[in-house]
Every structure is written in structure tokens, then in C-alpha cells.
Design a protein around this ligand. Structure first.
Ligand code: NDP
Length: 453
């Protein structure tokens, strides 16, 4: 440990026990620091409690709808198909509870003291707990994450967000999903597979801004063919709840809609309110994010921040790396560790999913001028036999001068599972010739990656 500060109650006080906070706490304690963490809700944070994990379990649940339909062509007779939302919902919550317990155990076994209450910063080295106690720490880490943003629309209290969607009492027959980003497209797929009628409403004329255009177009095409409705260039003027519980949605840019539920997924806001940041003199950016340098340090030398609250890349593995880098830098002996934000793979768990790493075709053209693009547009073998007319699309973006593969974009079954391995090649700067030199693994979907000419 580079610095021992015995004048303080703790060497490190972490606010927020999500992905970034737990990793930072555990690693700092491993380096010998005396660490405490405060969590006002549930240990695990967004990813474990109301994000990646329960969402992915719903995605698995949703896939059964297609698999059960396709099963007939593979000789399986499934006489009764009935989906029971409360069964899936409760099993998902039981798994979340199990993981929450494991996260708590990890903290305890690493000798991190956990306070299950809200903490606020009352000085550069002071934290006040909701129960009234004030503790001191040589360093304070803000890892409070982000929460769904809700726009100022009349009747917005009738809407739900990704926080509530996992707990719905019953499956909505009609759901309107607002936004065209990650959460909107993932839940559009989930609810559609469960049998709800889904309408996705976005303020612009696009979905998944920032993803490669061909992937976005393909997802839109497939989603429309499945029966998901899209309303573009539309905005909400008000939401009314009728006596029978039905929601009436008044929109500008398209006809009014009626629904049993309306889910807003229009971005997330850093959790900074009421944390004492202004009083402590911590600078915030224009989006309300905590501003930090490459070593995750704010303008107040003893206060640091990692994860979604810093609004760099809002992804769990990135928050984990930031937490690890912070702890290693501040409490390890190897000097400053910086997170490498280049080539971070990312995926949308839509139906089918999209996965990407590196530059999109248009970004690559802007940056490199001349690029070569290779695509494979195919129907997965399983889809062909099942009579499912859904085509996958893989794209390699290659810098013409260096011949390096600088982007891979995929939409199709299991594309996130495949992309993780392919991302290693992009990160390593491998060339198209290296892909060509690799013998295909047959019969797979991923072999398309080495067969593009
Ligand atoms: P996104 O940032 O992905 O998308 C926001 C959407 O809302 C866009 O379509 C945007 O429109 C629209 N929008 C933005 N502001 C407004 C506004 N004021 N009024 C109306 N519409 C608006 O947000 P999400 O909430 O879906 O997800 C938040 C973040 O969480 C993601 O960026 C991602 O980092 C993370 N996440 C990651 C997942 C994964 O890795 N699989 C899954 C879920 C979340 P426009 O089309 O104009 O851009």
C-alpha cells in the first residue's frame, strides 16, 4: 500500500456497492487498506439488481417462445405452450437475491465493512451515514451509478422505467416503450416474445444511434417483420390514466396510443443529487457527471469516482476496470494504472442480438478515408430448417492502408457470445489476412468471420 493513513477511521470509504464500488473495495482491501462501503439500496448495484443480470435472464426466458415454435421442425411435439410471467419474474428475483448475497459475502470475506444505509460527503475526508454517525477516510470513492432519466411530461408518474419493469404484477397486453436505445430495443424484444403488443416510440428517426447503420437497419427490419410497431419523430405531450387502469398517451408526431404500460428508456442520469458534492467542492460536468482525470481523481484530491456516475462508458465491465484501476493505483505498489477505453466490445440483447467492437463503417471512413468492408449476409442453419426467415449480418471493417481489422459488427443468434472472442483479434490489431489464414470451424455461424471475401 502506497499510503497508510492511520489518522482516519478508514483508508478508503466507498459510496455505492455496485460493480465499480465492490471491485474497488475488494481490491483495495486486498492491498491491505481498511475499507468501508455504504449502500442505500441493495448490494450489487444496477447490473446485478435491476440491469444486466435480470435483463439477461428475461432474454433467456423470451427465447423459449421462438425455440418452442421452431421445435416442431426438429421433431418435437410441444402440445401446450403457455407463458406464465409471475413464474419467470419470481425465479429471476430469487436469482438476483442469491447473487446479492454472494456480493455481500465477497465484501465480508475481504474484510470490507458494509453499511446498508445512505452516505453523504460532508468534507474532503468525512462521510456522514444516514444513521447519524460521521466517519473519516483518507480517500473517498464515489461509485453511486446512474438512474433512469424521466423527461418532464404531464402524467409521467404513470410511466415505469427499467427499475420497475422487473416487478410488474402482470404482463401488459400492450406496452409502449419510449426511446430507441439499448433498453428500449432489449425490452421490445423481450415483451414481444412474451406475447405483448409492443410499440416503440422514439424522438428521432433512428434506433441505436452509434451502432453500425447496417446492423440498426437489419434489427429494424426484423423487428417490424415480427410485428413490433415503431413510431419515429414522435414525442409525448401527456399521459392519462383512465378509471379502468388503461393509459392514454397523447403524442406529437403520431396518433395517440393506448396501452397497459408505458416504459421510458431515454437514457440514464448520474446519481449525484444530495451526495454533498457541491459542499465538498467536487466539479460536475454538463451532464451532471462527476468529472475525473485518467486516474479517476476529482478536482478534490482525496475524492475519486468510478463507473456510471462519471458517464464515460456506461457499461459494467468498464466500471469494474475503473474500480480495479483506482484501487491498484491508490493502494497497490505498481504506480498509476489507467483504463484503456479503446476497442470496448458492446452488445444489445435484442431479438436477435447485435454485437460490436471497434469502429463502425461510417466512423472508419471519417477517420481513415479509405476502408474495405466485407459482409456476410446469411440465414443461420437452424433458422433455415425452422422456416424462420431471419437473416444474420456480419461486417468486417478493414483499414485499407494497414489492412488491420478495425471494426466487427454482427447481428444474429448468439452474436455477443461470438464477438467476445473476435474482439481479441481487433484489440490485438490483427489483419484481414490473419482472419483468412484461420481455418473455419464448421458448421458454425462464427465461421463466417474467416470466410469473407
Ligand atoms: P440510450 O442512451 O441507449 O438511448 C437513449 C434513447 O432515448 C435514444 O433513442 C434517444 O434518442 C432517446 N432520448 C434521449 N433523450 C431523450 C429525451 N430527452 N426525450 C426523449 N427521448 C430521448 O439509453 P438507455 O436508457 O436505453 O440505456 C442507458 C445506458 O445504459 C446505455 O447507453 C448503455 O450504456 C447502458 N445499457 C447497456 C446495456 C448493454 O450493454 N446491453 C443494456 C442497457 C443499458 P436518439 O435516437 O435521438 O438518440
Amino acid at each position: 500500500m502506497s499510503e497508510v493513513a492511520s489518522d482516519y477511521d478508514y483508508d478508503l470509504f466507498v459510496i455505492g456497492a455496485g460493480s465499480g464500488g465492490v471491485r474497488a473495495s475488494r481490491i483495495a482491501a486486498g492491498h491491505g487498506a481498511r475499507v468501508a462501503v455504504a449502500e442505500e439500496y441493495r448490494v450489487g448495484g444496477t447490473c446485478v439488481i435491476r440491469g444486466c443480470v435480470p435483463k439477461k435472464l428475461l432474454v433467456y426466458g423470451a427465447h423459449f417462445a421462438e425455440d418452442l415454435n421452431d421445435a416442431a421442425m426438429f421433431g418435437w411435439d410441444v402440445p401446450v405452450k403457455r407463458f406464465d410471467w409471475p413464474v419467470l419474474r419470481d425465479h429471476v428475483q430469487a436469482e438476483v437475491k442469491r447473487l446479492e448475497g454472494l456480493y455481500g459475502q465477497t465484501l465480508a470475506s475481504n474484510k470490507v465493512e458494509t453499511f446498508l444505509e445512505r452516505a453523504t460527503i460532508v468534507g474532503p475526508n468525512l462521510v456522514r451515514l444516514a444513521s447519524g454517525r460521521t466517519v473519516s477516510a483518507a480517500k473517498i470513492l464515489i461509485a453511486t451509478g446512474a438512474r433512469p432519466f424521466l423527461p418532464d411530461v404531464e402524467g409521467i408518474e404513470h410511466a415505469i422505467t427499467s427499475n420497475e419493469v422487473f416487478h410488474l404484477e402482470r404482463l401488459p397486453k400492450r406496452i409502449v416503450i419510449v426511446g430507441g436505445g439499448y433498453i428500449a430495443n432489449e425490452f421490445a424484444g423481450i415483451f414481444h416474445q412474451f406475447g405483448s403488443h409492443v410499440t416503440l416510440v422514439n424522438r428521432s428517426d433512428t434506433i441505436l444511434r452509434g451502432y453500425d447503420e447496417s446492423m440498426r437497419d437489419r434489427l429494424l427490419q426484423i423487428s417490424l417483420a415480427k410485428g413490433i410497431d415503431f413510431k419515429f419523430n414522435a414525442s409525448f405531450s401527456r399521459i392519462d390514466k383512465r378509471e379502468d387502469g388503461m393509459l392514454h398517451l397523447a403524442l406529437d408526431g403520431c396518433d395517440d396510443l393506448e396501452a397497459d404500460a408505458v416504459l421510458f428508456a431515454v437514457g440514464r442520469k448520474p446519481n449525484v443529487e444530495g451526495l454533498g458534492l457541491e459542499e465538498a467542492g467536487v466539479d460536475l460536468g454538463t451532464r451532471g457527471e462527476v468529472k475525473v482525470d485518467k486516474a479517476n481523481r476529482t478536482n478534490v484530491p482525496s475524492i475519486f469516482a468510478v463507473g456510471d456516475v462519471t458517464d464515460r462508458i456506461q457499461l459494467t465491465p468498464v466500471a469494474i476496470r475503473e474500480g480495479q484501476a483506482f484501487a491498484d493505483t491508490q493502494f497497490g505498489s505498481g504506480g498509476v494504472v489507467e483504463v484503456d477505453y479503446d476497442c470496448v466490445p458492446h452488445a444489445v440483447f435484442s431479438h436477435p442480438p447485435i454485437a460490436s467492437v471497434g469502429l463502425t463503417e461510417s466512423d472508419a471512413r471519417n477517420r481513415y478515408g479509405t476502408v474495405k468492408v466485407y459482409t456476410s449476409d446469411f440465414r443461420a442453419m437452424k433458422n433455415v430448417m425452422a422456416g424462420r426467415n431471419e437473416r444474420s449480418l456480419y461486417k468486417l471493417v478493414v483499414d485499407e492502408a494497414s489492412e488491420r481489422v478495425i471494426g466487427i459488427h454482427m447481428i444474429g443468434p448468439d452474436s455477443p457470445e461470438i464477438l467476445q472472442a473476435a474482439a481479441i483479434a481487433v484489440k490485438a490489431g490483427l489483419k484481414k489476412a490473419d482472419f483468412d489464414a484461420t481455418v473455419a470451424l464448421h458448421p458454425t455461424m462464427s465461421e463466417e468471420l474467416v470466410l469473407m471475401h
